[in-house]
Design a protein around this ligand. Structure first.
Ligand code: PHB
Length: 415
């Protein structure tokens, strides 16, 4: 009797273990680590909303697996991002990590992605070198060199020769400053002063006073999403536009999340970026409408589109691997994806795992009583200029070793 009871108990335990095994197998977990509170909270809010919209539109089951989105708030502190990512890998056994609101967060998680062979889809952070920090990183946002170079080509052709740069003092700001300056100088322009403001709680006033004194044709700005409205306000309050100084920058400064509240002083500001809520395509119109309807009228910004497309990359990788893929297989299926995004055509370069996309020049205009970044020119299929330099370097050395033959990294990708 005792023996039969023991056998029954063991059988039940085995059944429970195997059932929970099947249940666990049927789930596909995405660990989305984002700043949901603190200085970068708008980034978290936009990306989470976009990821949920993607799931609502495309269902929550792919290749027989139920998608589970686990959202964690890192308050944009990289130590927190690392701790949360570690917990997601070890305790939750996530299949994919995603999010990463700022560069230091992505950098903090990169070694964990490598050690655990977990694909890490960077949806926001935009320093060029991020994708080189782990072979498991795939990026769906943009890079600052991509956006900055386009503006440095436009500026001198439009009467802007002398520029002061003002950037947040960390990875993406330093990329923006460097690539803007190099290209502007190449085009015959001049950066007469380079100013860097702290990332945390910046006070722009003393820096803007310096800009006024330097009397450039334009002030080029990079600040991360969420900080643009403060720059715009202080720029206008100091009457810098009236003093003949133009404000230009990457599209982070006229962020769609804040633009409509910046007031008419923002009219005419020219920026370069990969996404505008006013992008005139049928797909984008649908995206903006659905996003707004699901989020009490909120307008999606470039962070939202990074999150939306990141989900697309994950869903399609899971579908391509028929739900069976581990980290390596998923990563393989993410590389080389090409599709129409609300931003336009986009492509995940299989060699660099970085996004190749169109970059637009835009001007703030009023449409139906609201402020928008209205696109007026496009540079097609822009690869990250940071990577192009790196690849040229690799190619140079390969060609030395192979009698000029080059090698795989030296071939142009064929989207
Ligand atoms: C970054 O930290 O990489 C970052 C954050 C916000 C932006 C752009 C880049 O708008």
């Amino acid at each position: 009797m005792k023996k039969r009871f023991l056998l029954q108990t063991l059988a039940l335990a085995a059944l429970a273990a195997s059932t929970s095994g099947v249940m666990a197998q049927e789930k596909f977990k995405i660990g989305l680590v984002l700043p949901m509170t603190g200085q970068q909270a708008t980034t978290g809010r936009q990306i989470e909303a976009a990821a949920r919209l993607y799931m609502a539109q495309h269902g929550d089951t792919v290749a027989g697996k139920k998608i589970e989105l686990i959202v964690k708030d890192d308050t944009s502190l990289p130590d927190q991002t690392r701790r949360l990512a570690q917990e997601l890998i070890v305790n939750d056994k996530v299949n994919v990590l995603a999010g990463m609101g700022i560069t230091p967060s992505a950098m903090a998680v990169a070694p964990l992605a490598t050690q655990s062979k977990t694909p890490l889809v960077v949806m926001a952070a935009a320093t060029s070198s991020i994708t080189e920090a782990s072979p498991y990183i795939v990026r769906t946002s943009f890079t600052l060199p991509q956006a900055s170079v386009a503006l440095a080509d436009w500026a001198p052709k439009n009467g802007i020769k002398k520029v002061v740069t003002l950037v947040s003092d960390y990875g993406p700001g330093i990329d923006a400053e460097k690539f803007f300056k190099e290209r502007l100088t190449f085009n015959g322009g001049q950066v007469i002063e380079q100013l860097r403001v702290p990332l945390r709680n910046p006070d722009f006033a003393p820096f803007l006073q310096k800009v006024r004194d330097a009397k450039p044709d334009a002030l080029f700005v990079f600040v991360p999403s969420g900080a643009g409205a403060a720059v715009m306000k202080q720029f206008l309050e100091r009457g810098m536009d009236k003093a003949g100084i133009k404000l230009i920058g990457t599209g982070d400064v006229t962020d769609d999340d804040q633009l409509n509240d910046m007031g008419d002083g923002a009219l005419g500001v020219v920026t370069s970026h990969h996404y505008s809520a006013a992008h005139p395509s049928a797909l984008n119109k649908k995206f903006v409408e659905s996003f707004s309807a699901a989020n009490k009228g909120l307008r999606p910004n470039f962070m939202a589109v990074g999150g939306y497309d990141g989900m697309r990359v994950i869903y399609e990788a899971l579908r391509a691997t028929k739900g069976q893929g581990g980290g390596e297989a998923l990563l393989g299926a993410m590389k080389g994806q090409i599709f129409e995004s609300p931003r336009g055509k986009m492509f995940i370069d299989a060699q660099t795992r970085d996004v190749v996309q169109d970059i637009y020049l835009r001007k703030v205009e009023k449409k139906d009583g609201q402020l928008f970044n209205v696109e007026f020119d496009v540079i097609k299929d822009v690869k990250d200029p940071g990577k192009v330099k790196f690849l040229l370097f690799v190619c140079f050395f390969l060609s030395l070793g192979e009698g000029g033959g080059g090698g795989q990294p030296c071939q142009r990708p064929q989207p």
